[in-house]
Design a protein around this ligand. Structure first.
Ligand SMILES: *Cc1c(COP(=O)(O)O)cnc(C)c1O
Length: 428
């Protein structure tokens, strides 16, 4: 076979391409050359074809910031797509907080107030079982803060079945060990009993950690104690719920929620804000007031604190109408099929091959592994996946059995019009 690298155009030749003239004038040779060399590297790796080098360089030079992407994957919380989409209320709150704001000022007295006080109050109202609440940058930060403040130089007792990788190569045990806490692993991968925890607890124990398997399942011959069983061991019980439900959701009966775990005896519950809660990226800490207070006052808390935009979005997510994630989770499959059918009919009217099909959507990286959500999609030829992804706005579908499915569950009805235009453009 001929080595495809032979066909990659030389840097000077690419720089002479008239399509890069405007970028050269505007950004200078150094910047453009770096983009060209990056595109050449991607061509050598086979990520793009040699013929796409100029376009890829141009694309990189004209791109600014993250772009809006239409999530037609049927995965509600897609890590690569930024997890939860904010509600209109949250976006409006972010806009209001973007300038100077009273995030840490009591306007009534003119004095310093508790940072994000209204957001904290909203969170506390949403989970009355929590004695106190605190918010940090993400769930990983919540765990780091808990481990540092409660178990540095001491032990965290945790089941071998719960020492998980959360994604992109990041592993919970490494994260916890990085705080100077020692992990005391108990039980086995598939079975851990209360007695295993009890046997390991001693004067060195900082806390017992329970981690919800939010991105994997252990099936078959398994056992792991419930929160209530672990709550009576005489040391703090920190429970990582991960997915961020504040209250039980009938649509996801197997998914834990902060209110239930606190009622069952967890001393501290941690969760992500941008998973099933449907809010901004943040880490929620809810639980016993004395523990939350120790965390809040720990020097590390300052390095993990959230910005005013996050606080604004979180409060509006909790207090406002259901965010997109909740709407997607509770969408009626019959409504979704009706939307898919209407879309397919309109596309067929344009002479395009499209069919409405039922499909299976998933919650995704944010929780509820294995849960299948009945959904509906517009099925197109597989070859449309790429032009849709490269379109404006980019539309990400799901390639399944030779078809490109545009799954509607993660999308609002208003998005159907955007999908229609995108498919027409991709076919054009
Ligand atoms: C998602 C998740 C994390 C990591 O949360 P981030 O908010 O991404 O830091 C940790 N633990 C569990 C159980 C999770 O589901």
């Amino acid at each position: 076979m001929t080595d495809p690298r032979r066909f990659i155009p030389r840097t000077d030749a690419v720089l002479a391409d008239p399509r890069l003239g405007e970028a050269l004038a505007r950004l200078g040779r150094t910047r453009v050359k770096a983009a060209v060399m990056d595109a050449q590297r991607r061509a050598r790796q086979g990520a793009i074809t040699p013929g796409q080098v100029v376009e890829a360089a141009l694309d990189e030079l004209t791109r600014s910031g993250p772009r809006r992407v239409v999530n037609a994957t049927g995965v509600l919380l897609h890590t690569n797509l930024g997890r939860a989409a904010l509600s209109a209320a949250a976006i409006e709150a972010v806009r209001a907080a973007a300038g100077t704001t009273d995030v840490e000022l009591d306007l009534a007295t003119g004095r310093r107030g508790r940072r994000g006080g209204t957001a904290m109050a909203a969170l506390a109202r949403a989970v009355p079982d929590a004695g106190a609440v605190h918010v940090v940058n993400n769930n990983a930060a919540a765990l780091v803060l808990a481990a540092t403040a409660l178990a540095q130089g001491r032990e965290i007792v945790v089941s071998r079945g719960e020492l998980v990788e959360i994604g992109d190569g990041f592993r919970l045990p490494d994260l916890l060990a990085s705080t100077g806490a020692r992990l005391r692993e108990v039980g086995t991968t598939n079975r851990t009993r209360v007695a295993d925890y009890a046997d390991a607890i001693g004067p060195d124990t900082g806390f017992v950690l329970k981690v919800h398997p939010s991105n994997y399942r252990i099936e078959g011959f398994t056992a792991s104690p419930a929160i209530a069983e672990l709550a009576g061991l005489g040391v703090p019980l920190v429970a990582d719920a991960g997915s961020g439900l504040l209250r039980p959701d009938p649509a996801l009966p197997g998914e834990p929620d902060a209110a239930t775990w606190l009622a069952e005896g967890a001393d501290l519950v941690t969760a992500s804000g941008d998973k099933l809660l449907g809010g901004p990226q943040c880490g929620l800490l809810l639980g016993r007031a004395d523990l939350v207070d120790r965390l809040r006052r720990h020097p590390l808390a300052r390095a993990l604190r959230v910005d005013k935009l996050t606080l604004a979005a979180l409060e509006a997510t909790i207090e406002g109408p259901p965010p997109p994630t909740a709407l997607a989770l509770h969408a009626d499959p019959a409504d979704l099929l009706a939307r898919a059918t209407a879309l397919a009919v309109r596309l067929a009217d344009k002479g395009l091959a499209a069919a409405a099909v039922t499909s299976v959507a998933r919650v995704g990286g944010g929780g509820a592994p294995g849960v299948e959500l009945p959904s509906a999609a517009v099925a197109l030829d597989e070859s449309l996946a790429e032009p849709l992804r490269l379109g404006e706005p980019p539309v990400l579908g799901r390639v399944e059995r030779g078809r490109c499915l545009l799954d509607l569950r993660a999308l609002a009805p208003d998005d159907d019009r955007i999908l229609f235009d995108a498919v027409v453009a991709a076919c054009g």
